[in-house]
Write a protein that binds this ligand. Structure first.
Ligand code: NAD
Ligand code: ZN
Length: 383
């Protein structure tokens, strides 16, 4: 029986209050309105960003109850009025960074930060309402995606159609972690052949940065993490050396200067910590070094000596690896299908959706290789 135009009841992982855990609940998902699509999620994962949200009791917002999740892929169930780029049955990637195609960012070839991203700040759809209810209460959206629900409603500009043959339980990683890290190296830093790179933080995003540095032809890729259990996987994906700052008395930037002579050509902060941003910048070559901040460093001021810039170093931000949302995701899925990229190394655990709190515990303990995507929350569908 067709569900088009009807409310769908399904399961979602709701966080009811700041600092709370996920609670699997039955929710009602309203049909998509104009320029919206309703998607049956097939695979999703936890990202460091959700972990930060769960940990933070005093969030930048008070939008609860909420359905989080911004990394996922699924199949379009139905579309609202005026949707022209996807149709029911299409496989799609969810995009926390939309691509409206019309704003000053989308029309500029240099950047990728679609101005419509800011709609996420309301945690509602563009008409100011939610498509989710639970126990009679409206539930807030997250990142324009809310992938921790068996069905979700997203804007047309927040999904991109992909090859019908693409395995969703693999390619969903281009929704956030892989693209962010890989593109951070290739698009934002523009890593050059023969260069030396340092990657601070070896979660799923940091591992993807290493893959990007390797693909760009870097000669040395120095992986930095305080958890040595991450080193094996880092080497598997391309790191040439791995170092733990806790093994040294000196600041890590001095260690990197000792190792490289004059500092690294490119450094990446993939943790989200103001101190490691300063260390990554100071690790760069004084003249041409480029440091890219990928980690989420929000709500804090950076304490960086202006002197570091005197000799020519560059500090850059990067969101979604510099890819324009829809174009980037579909290109990367095509690259996956053409075997130009391999995502297998990034998936370490596959759990059922109702085990989402176990996924959080796995992330917290950090004992697995890839904390960004330790878990594919394959959804158990009820409809
Ligand atoms: P993660 O928490 O899984 O990985 C962080 C790694 O950093 C861990 O391996 C941890 O051991 C290591 N670490 C922590 N403190 C350290 C220190 N002082 N020195 C060295 N290593 C240290 O995170 P993730 O999922 O890989 O995400 C990384 C960051 O990227 C997060 O801040 C996340 O919010 C951010 N992010 C940004 C974007 C974007 O578009 N810019 C997209 C996705 C994620
Ligand atoms: Zn735009």
């Amino acid at each position: 029986m067709s569900t088009t135009g009807k409310v769908i009841r399904c399961r979602a992982a709701i966080v009811w209050k700041p600092g709370g855990s996920f609670s699997i609940e039955e929710v009602e998902v309203a049909p998509p309105k104009a320029k919206e699509v309703r998607v049956k999620m097939v695979a999703t994962a936890l990202c460091g960003t959700e972990m930060k949200m769960l940990k933070t009791k005093n969030l930048q917002h008070q939008y609860y109850p909420i359905i989080m999740g911004h990394e996922g892929a699924g199949i379009v169930e139905s579309v609202g009025e005026g949707v022209s780029t996807v149709k029911a049955g299409d496989k799609v990637i969810a995009l926390f960074l939309p691509q409206c195609g019309e704003c000053t960012s989308c029309l500029n070839s240099a950047g990728n930060f679609c101005i419509k991203f800011k709609q996420r700040e309301t945690h509602l759809m563009s008409d100011g309402t939610s498509r989710f209810t639970c126990k009679g209460k409206p539930v807030y959206h997250f990142a324009n995606t809310s992938t921790f629900s068996e069905y979700t409603v997203m804007n047309e500009i927040s999904v991109t159609k992909i090859d019908a043959a693409a395995p969703l339980e693999k390619v969903f990683l281009v929704s956030c972690g892989f693209s962010t890290g890989y593109g951070g190296a290739i698009n934002t830093a523009k890593v050059t052949p023969g260069s030396t790179c340092a990657v601070f933080g070896l979660g799923g995003v940091g591992l993807s940065v290493i893959m990007g540095c390797k693909a760009a032809g870097a000669a040395r890729i120095i992986a930095v993490d305080i958890n040595k259990d991450k080193f094996e996987k880092a080497k598997e994906v391309g790191a040439t050396e791995c170092i733990n700052p806790q093994d040294y008395e000196k600041p890590i930037q001095e260690v990197l200067f000792d190792l490289t002579g004059d500092g690294v050509d490119f450094s990446f902060e993939v943790i989200g910590n103001p101190e490691t941003v300063a260390a990554a910048l100071a690790s760069c070559h004084e003249s041409h070094g480029v440091c890219v901040i990928i980690g989420l460093v929000t709500g804090v001021q950076l304490n960086i000596s202006g002197h570091l810039f005197f000799s020519g170093r560059t500090l850059k931000g990067s969101v979604y690896g510099g890819w324009k949302g829809r174009d980037g995701a579909s290109k990367l899925v095509s690259d996956y299908m053409a075997k130009k990229i391999n995502l297998d190394a990034l998936i370490t655990h596959t759990l059922n959706f109702d085990k989402i709190n176990e996924a959080v515990e796995l992330m917290k303990t950090g004992k697995w290789q890839c904390p960004l995507c330790p878990v594919t929350l394959s959804m158990m569908l009820t409809n």
